[in-house]
Design a protein around this ligand. Structure first.
Ligand code: AMP
Length: 459
């Protein structure tokens, strides 16, 4: 019986992994430049971490979590996101006791029971940062700068393309909108930074009531789901993708008009820092994000290469979460992005990267004695840093040389005659140049001997 993978959970195959490895390396390098250290949290947590932290009424917790009891009946969940776990770890290990800002990053698999489509899976991978311990608006701006910087490292685009021509991101100009579009980072990457402030916990009930009043008057035009949201979580209506709800949302009361003076000042300061950075951003009063823990700043970085699921990453402040999870009152800001979406954008923008052969060398031994000698040689070469493989499929010399041509830059042929003379024949598989060399010397210093059949490249 053939057993297939679970819907929405896919294999990342060897031809894709070089791209993933590159992404992971760039992400780690960018995060390290901004002072973040890696934290690795478990894939499985107690279910209440997410129901309390992310919010019972959110789609992620209400509809998308993989929940199961362990053998003793403890309710567990595969993590749908990592911020709650990082904050749990922060509180559990007393990272706050150090009285400093904790800058933590993670990379890893997340699980949400969603309807699979391009850029939306049930097992997906996120990279993210959490800066826990400061309310400084410069830190919000730094998180957005880091997000941009990361994309600049990764995304190379034809400079002739123009972001604002696409129509995809065209937004009505709004009163109070502060958009910088003369900075150095507005064009080349097809990116857009959307920004809003949803205020603090004290602002929320006032804004919630304003939204409820507005939508209740037009309840007939809301989709059935949003009619339910009207009671449970009216902010989420602003996030609905149904055209009718979107039209209503465009005219809805704006959170920025319901900010307390501190939150208003904080948002102005964040924008001033973004201006100073020359970071193009678009104020989007309908941006609310899907997780309940957000306060004040919320943002999303979107790509026009992604279609419907255009968010590359999203984040914001969560000034109440540490306290909610049992720590002292501690402000924090962070973001998370989807690896799959980065991989889609990168493949679209760069096409299939022409990659060279995977191996330095392919060993072709002829006959049993040569094979035995070859076993030893292979092991020694690998310990000297040469990537090398050989045939384990009983191929003929001709077939083995074809495999060598596909997979390596050089071949080493070890036949009876060579063996009798204590030699091995090296061949440059692109130029065809070949040369016998002494076997013990080659085994002792392979780099030098491979260079003798290579007048164009160095190992
Ligand atoms: P969130 O944790 O919902 O704020 O999402 C942050 C980012 O994770 C999004 O902008 C996406 O890039 C990515 N993401 C979220 N859900 C999925 C999913 N089901 N499949 C793939 N990527 C996702």
């Amino acid at each position: 019986m053939k057993v297939e993978s679970v819907r929405g959970m896919r294999d990342i195959l060897p031809e894709e992994t070089p791209l993933w490895q590159k992404l992971e390396a760039e992400i780690r390098a960018a995060f390290a430049l901004y002072g973040y250290g890696e934290i690795r949290v478990p894939l499985v947590e107690r279910v209440e971490l997410f129901s309390r932290g992310v919010g019972e009424e959110t789609e992620v917790v209400d509809k998308q979590m993989y929940v199961f009891p362990d053998r003793k009946g403890l309710q567990l969940s595969l993590r749908p996101e990592a911020t709650a776990s990082v904050v749990r770890a922060y509180v559990e290990h007393g990272l706050h006791a150090k009285g400093d800002l904790a800058k933590l990053y993670y990379l890893g698999a997340m699980f949400r029971y969603e309807k699979p489509q391009l850029g939306r899976q049930r097992q997906f991978h996120q990279y993210g940062v959490e800066a826990i311990g400061s309310l400084d608006p410069a830190l919000d701006a730094e998180a957005m700068d880091l997000a941009w910087h990361l994309m600049e490292r990764l995304l190379v685009r034809d400079p002739s393309s123009e972001v604002r021509d696409s129509g995809l991101f065209s937004q009505p100009t709004l009163p109070g909108q502060r958009t910088t579009d003369n900075g150095p980072r507005t064009t080349d990457h097809g990116l857009l930074l959307r920004l809003n402030s949803i205020g603090c916990r004290e602002d929320r009930p006032v804004y919630r009531a304003a939204l409820q009043g507005y939508f209740a008057a037009q309840v007939g035009d809301l989709c059935p789901e949003c009619r339910r949201r009207l009671e449970t979580n009216p902010l989420r209506i602003l996030d609905c993708k149904e055209e009718g709800c979107r039209a209503l949302s465009r005219e809805a009361p704006r959170s920025v008009d319901h900010l307390c003076p501190e939150c208003g000042q904080h948002f102005a300061d964040v924008q001033a820092h973004l201006e100073a950075l020359g970071l193009a951003h678009e104020f989007d009063p309908t941006l609310v994000r899907g997780l309940d823990y957000y306060t004040r700043t919320v943002f999303e970085l979107c790509s026009r290469d992604l279609g419907a699921q255009d968010a590359l990453l999203g984040g914001g402040r969560y000034d109440g979460l540490v306290e909610l999870l049992g720590g002292p009152p501690t402000p924090a800001v962070g973001f998370a992005g989807g690896m799959e979406r980065l991989a889609i954008v990168l493949s679209a923008q760069q096409g299939a990267e022409a990659s060279g052969p995977a191996l330095d060398l392919y060993l072709v031994p002829i006959g049993d004695e040569a094979r035995r000698e070859g076993t030893k040689l292979l092991s020694g070469l690998r310990r000297r840093g040469i990537s090398v493989d050989t045939d384990y499929m009983g191929r003929s010399l001709r077939k083995a040389m074809q495999v060598a041509g596909r997979s390596a830059r050089y071949a080493a042929i070890l036949g009876q005659d060579e063996l009798a003379r204590g030699e091995i024949k090296l061949k440059n598989l692109s130029s065809g140049e070949e040369k016998p060399v002494l076997l013990p010397q080659f085994a002792a210093d392979p780099h030098t001997f491979l260079r003798t059949v290579d007048h164009t490249e160095t190992l």
